[in-house]
Design a protein around this ligand. Structure first.
Ligand code: AMP
Length: 545
């Protein structure tokens, strides 16, 4: 016997319609590439998303055809999210920080039919548009007056003219909730990037889970600033979660420097923000330099790479802001774990709490985790034993777009598991701690050194802004750690001083053999340190002794 409940498919269009009905006057504020600030409400966003849907249909795109975006976080990008997915097409967020040839490869692989871009990316689009074989429609995210007169791009039109005459009253089509809704390619440091194709169902379930109190705790009392770009795993799902809960949205546009982010956090009374550690580093440095305080910010989600405990401490002790350290990946929509204390941990001394909060956190309902050894057997949750991390759940990829790379899953008696490529421990309370990417682990004399642990100590030094620890081959120990570090502007620290800073913080044999100071560490398109580049750069580096 089946239950007798309404069998309505989960759909992305329902999010914006809900927000328009129940939070109609809640604001969406965007810093625009044009340089000004734009304000409107969920009611306006829904109205214009419907116009986008009608305009997409008029282009003649087929069901599930891909429509690409090349855009910063802003209201027009939001309308494309809802308009494209809502009418059964797939919004494909391209990452503008990729090299032009990678972008072309991805657009061709995705068979994008249309591409909408912020005017700041005009030179990039001018360089690549002829090579994007399947793109038939080019749309600049601006009004007609701002459209460049001689762009050289065939048929280029302005977004505002494109949607101007469409109806804003139409009803959204109803279709299978498992239909494809959005496409995002992994950052893929090796080989070609692979596409992850989200469905309406996976996106909605992820949005529900992401809004839970022990996840991002989104609510109608929040003003939310996703610094994380909407081209990085759908802005970690925040645009959907905000519409679901009626949270005010604040979009930073292209201005991601410390000063701009700080001003926006203050002026829009932002209570919750989200981004990768490098963004917060810029913000905290700016605030330190100018002696600034937050008046409204309560919590910030930090993920995408390991958040150094020193950053969590600085937010907590200097600014009264709770860091929610989160872990996930493109293949996981992206949320897997978020770090929040449990009841029994609330009375722990502040220092011990920090030890917990520095971990990547507990699984959100819907995601299951396990760590396995080389034989595939599950390892204990003792907070000590580390193993390969595997995950399963309804918003985790079962395959890559077009079946690229074959079946990625590990099939065992208890179902299919996705191998994350991360290595970590899980403690008795279920807190995951990522110790490394499997390819970044340093193996010295048969023992593993966590590169993240070594980096965390370095960035806790007051003179260090950023640090990466990589393995170099060693004749006796197999591999030994090399620390590559960036000093804070105007700060001085020597190799010897930095190495002695490790005393008592890690085992003696884990202390790096050498330190190299550099001007900058190469960052990938999603703000992660590119250790493969560093390994190439320091290949053959002579370690002392
Ligand atoms: P992406 O698919 O580009 O979002 O990258 C996902 C990968 O980023 C994960 O598999 C981890 O290696 C890394 N990552 C994400 N969040 C964290 C975190 N909080 N701590 C450590 N590594 C992280």
């Amino acid at each position: 016997m089946l239950g007798s409940m309404q069998d309505l498919p989960l759909s992305i269009s329902s999010l914006i319609e809900f927000a328009a009905r129940h939070h109609h006057d809640t604001e969406i504020v965007s810093r625009r590439v044009e340089g000004d600030t734009h304000r409107y409400t969920y009611r306006d966003a829904a109205r214009r998303s419907r116009k986008v849907a009608a305009a997409v249909e008029r282009l003649g795109l087929g069901f599930s055809d891909r429509f690409a975006t090349l855009a910063w976080n802003g209201y027009r990008h939001l309308e494309l999210y809802f308009g494209i997915s809502g009418c059964g097409r797939v919004v494909h967020t391209l990452n503008p920080r990729l090299a032009p040839e990678q972008l072309v490869w991805i657009a061709n692989h995705a068979e994008d039919q249309a591409l909408a871009f912020d005017l700041s990316f005009l030179p990039l689009v001018q360089a690549v548009w002829r090579q994007c074989k399947t793109v038939r429609h080019w749309i600049a995210l601006c009004d007609e007056a701002a459209l460049p007169p001689a762009s050289g791009i065939d048929g280029l039109r302005s977004y505002e003219a494109w949607i101007a005459d469409e109806s804003d009253a139409r009803a959204w089509p109803v279709f299978d909730e498992r239909s494809a809704a959005a496409l995002c390619y992994t950052s893929g440091t090796t080989g070609n990037p692979k596409g992850v194709l989200y469905s309406h169902r996976s996106t909605l379930l992820h949005a529900y889970a992401g809004a839970l109190p022990d996840a991002l705790a989104l609510s109608a009392r929040d003003s939310v600033l996703p610094v994380v770009p909407m081209f990085h795993v759908n802005g970690w799902g925040i645009p959907y979660g905000a519409a679901m809960t009626g949270a005010k949205l604040v979009f930073p546009g292209p201005a991601l420097d410390g000063k701009s982010v700080y001003e926006l956090l203050q002026s829009e009374r932002v209570t919750m923000a989200a981004g990768v550690p490098t963004v917060w580093l810029m913000l905290l440095n700016h605030m330190q330099q100018h002696g600034l305080r937050f008046d409204h910010l309560k919590r910030t989600v930090i993920g995408g790479s390991a958040c150094p405990p020193a950053m969590i401490r600085s937010f907590r002790d200097e600014h009264g802001v709770t860091v929610l350290h989160a872990w996930g990946m493109t293949e996981m929509s992206p949320i897997g774990t978020v770090c929040n204390l449990k009841l029994a941990q609330r009375d722990l001394p502040a220092e011990e709490q920090l030890g917990v909060l520095a971990k990547q956190g507990r699984a959100v309902f819907g995601v299951d985790l396990r760590i396995v050894g080389p034989d595939g057997q599950e390892l204990p949750w003792d907070g000590q034993t580390s193993g390969d991390l595997q995950v399963q759940g309804p918003w985790i990829a079962s395959a890559y777009f077009k079946g690229e790379g074959g079946d990625p899953l590990v099939h065992t008696e208890d179902g299919p598991w996705f191998p994350t490529g991360d290595v970590g421990t899980i403690d008795a309370d279920g807190f995951l701690q990522i110790t490394d990417r499997s390819k970044d682990v340093i193996k010295s004399g048969g023992e593993w050194i966590s590169s993240i642990d070594i980096e965390n100590v370095a960035v806790a030094h007051p003179a260090i802004a950023m640090a990466a620890c990589i393995a170099l081959p060693h004749p006796k120990w197999d591999e030994r750690p090399l620390l590559v570090a960036v000093r804070k502007p105007g700060a001085a620290v020597t190799r010897e001083e930095l190495l002695s800073f490790y005393e008592g913080k890690v085992a003696k044999w884990q202390v790096p053999d050498d330190v190299v100071f550099v001007e900058a560490i190469p960052l990938g398109a999603t703000g992660k340190m590119q250790k493969n580049k560093l390994r190439e750069q320091f290949h053959g580096h002579a370690m002392p002794g």
